[in-house]
Design a protein around this ligand. Structure first.
Ligand code: NAP
Ligand code: MG
Length: 504
């Protein structure tokens, strides 16, 4: 049974009022208060009003969660289940997430400001699909037998690393959790995960559904609370074997310090981006490209690490393309995230809105020209709304073209030659994603190879799908990839067993 039907606005509002929210830490298979008894407020970004209070975990709670996760890792209640049984439990979990997509999507919408059409229609089905995909791989991965000399047998196998820590962001709270939990749990690890403080609610309910599906106590633990206490305690914990992080480059760097200064736990970082969308002069289908360009930068309010925030476009087609983007944006309604017609909801917080507006002011003062958007709207709602904003006449050395804004702000930069396009596209400290548009097969192949980014979309804005890895070059990533079977490698240790056979 699935429940991915997007509710009408009245239903959505009524159901949002009636939600029975989980707000306590999930440790060792049960909900509990923080050791300190403290709680913090989570707000609805579309109204600026509080939703509820969530347990404010601290280092003592991380300790309790790691103790539970270590015990579960050591006694083999999960790692030594047959892979087929582990698979069945995780698939049941995916089914439950899908069956409860409407409730989970409502939770995500009120907590994160994301449009209901996205949370119910996309985030939750994708979360379920991610867990299912990794689950299905659990009993299909083989080890190797090495070509060792006669009289010996050498096997190369993968074992779970043990206890995995995960610290995740607020932009796709459920999906980013699934990108870590799917492969980490499918490969037999136990996990301690911290959601972003602004978006703790969906993951607590998802963890409960995991227990309903049969994930044993201690295998999946959720500690809510601030990054600089709970996040740091996870990063430094001596009994966590690997830590996976998605968020800002600045905080990502800290995890390398945490690890270096403690137990050298493996560190996997998915960080920021300033991804180029390169449009060559031979293109003809402006409507389709405009739709892709808009999705690339305005989907999820631009709060997307792979957002295509720089439109690098050939001088001869710029005017035509910007016209098509303007026409496309007429369909992008900004407003109440509970309204199924809304495509752009609220930014995550007042702080994030102020950061975005600050960059818009900066762009103006750097000499770029606002062609659409450019200021806060819907202030009477109490929420944090910024409409799609496009800057023309941007030079790639301006700060709005170099720094990750993480909001609905597009910088338009012109080029003349292919070499110049590639140079501009690659002139960034980041390297997460890129896309290019051309009808010329030669240009497509040449430029796709030249672009220094982990994912390159050709005639598409795409991060690929579950079958393809996602990870960044340069300041965009470190140590591994999310999605695909490559994600399994990083949550496993490679073991060699060398056996000497006795002579006959
Ligand atoms: P962030 O600070 O990197 O937060 C990501 C996660 O790290 C959250 O769970 C956060 O917890 C935690 N954290 C914060 N400080 C920490 C610390 N000292 N040690 C350990 N963990 C810590 O990102 P943000 O503040 O939410 O957003 C800031 C900027 O990061 C954005 O404007 C954007 O540029 C970028 N960002 C990128 C992505 C991405 O997917 N690449 C996602 C989100 C944000 P709290 O929530 O409790 O702070
Ligand atoms: Mg919130």
């Amino acid at each position: 049974m699935t429940d991915t039907l997007i509710p009408a606005i009245d239903e959505a509002r009524a159901e949002a009022e009636r939600l029975d929210l989980r707000t306590r830490l999930f440790i060792d298979g049960d909900f509990r208060d923080a050791a300190s008894g403290r709680r913090f407020t989570t707000e609805n970004p579309a109204t600026g009003r509080p939703i509820t209070e969530v347990a404010e975990g601290g280092p003592a709670d991380v300790d309790a969660a790691v103790t539970a996760a270590r015990r579960a890792a050591d006694d083999g209640r999960w790692s030594r289940l047959s892979p087929g049984d582990r698979k069945q439990i995780l698939i049941r979990w995916a089914d439950l997430i899908e069956a409860n997509a409407r409730e989970l999507g409502l939770i995500e919408t009120i907590d994160a400001g994301k449009p209901i059409a996205d949370t119910v229609g996309l985030d939750m089905p994708e979360t379920a699909a991610c867990i299912r995909w990794h689950a299905e791989a659990a009993d299909k991965i083989y080890g190797q037998v090495a070509p060792s000399p006669e009289g010996t047998v050498a096997t190369i196998t993968r074992e779970p690393v043990g206890v995995v820590g995960a610290v995740i962001p607020w932009n796709y709270p459920a999906q980013m959790a699934a990108w870590k939990l799917g492969p980490a749990l499918a490969t037999g690890n136990t996990v301690v995960i911290k959601p972003a403080s602004t978006t703790s609610l969906s993951l607590l309910r998802i963890a409960e559904l995991g227990a309903d599906a049969g994930i044993p106590g201690g295998v999946l633990n959720v500690v809510t609370g601030p990054g600089d206490t709970v996040g740091e305690a996870i990063g430094r914990h001596p009994d966590i074997d690997a830590v996976a992080f998605t968020g800002s480059t600045e905080v990502g760097r800290r995890f390398l310090h945490y690890s270096a200064e403690t137990n050298l736990k493996r560190v996997l970082l998915e960080l920021g981006g300033k991804s180029p969308q390169v449009v060559f002069p031979d293109v003809t289908d402006f409507e389709t490209i405009a739709s892709n360009v808009a999705i690339a930068i305005f989907w999820n309010m631009g709060e997307n690490c792979s957002a295509g925030s720089r439109l690098v476009v050939h001088r001869s087609v710029k005017a035509r393309l910007l016209e098509a983007v303007a026409a496309e944006l007429e369909a992008w309604r900004v407003g109440d995230p509970l309204d199924p017609a809304t495509r752009i909801g609220a930014l995550i917080s007042r702080g994030q809105m102020e950061k975005v507006l600050g960059y818009i002011d900066l762009g103006r003062s750097e000499g770029a020209r606002v062609v659409t958007g450019g200021s806060r709207i819907l202030e009477e709602s109490g929420g944090w709304f910024v409409p799609p904003t496009i800057f023309d006449n941007v030079r790639n050395d301006m700060r709005i073209a170099r720094e990750e804004i993480f909001g609905p702000v597009l910088s338009v930069i012109e080029f003349e030659t292919e070499a110049e396009a590639v140079a501009i596209a690659n002139d960034t400290p980041y390297g997460l994603a890129a896309s290019l548009y051309t009808r010329d097969l030669n240009v497509a192949h040449r430029v796709a190879r030249d672009l220094r980014a982990g994912v390159v979309g050709v005639n598409a804005y795409s991060e690929g799908d579950m079958t393809t890895p996602f990870g960044g070059y340069k300041l965009s990533g470190f140590g591994g990839h999310d999605k695909s079977l490559h994600a399994h490698d990083q949550y496993t240790e490679l073991k060699t067993i060398w056996i000497q056979l006795a002579e006959r």
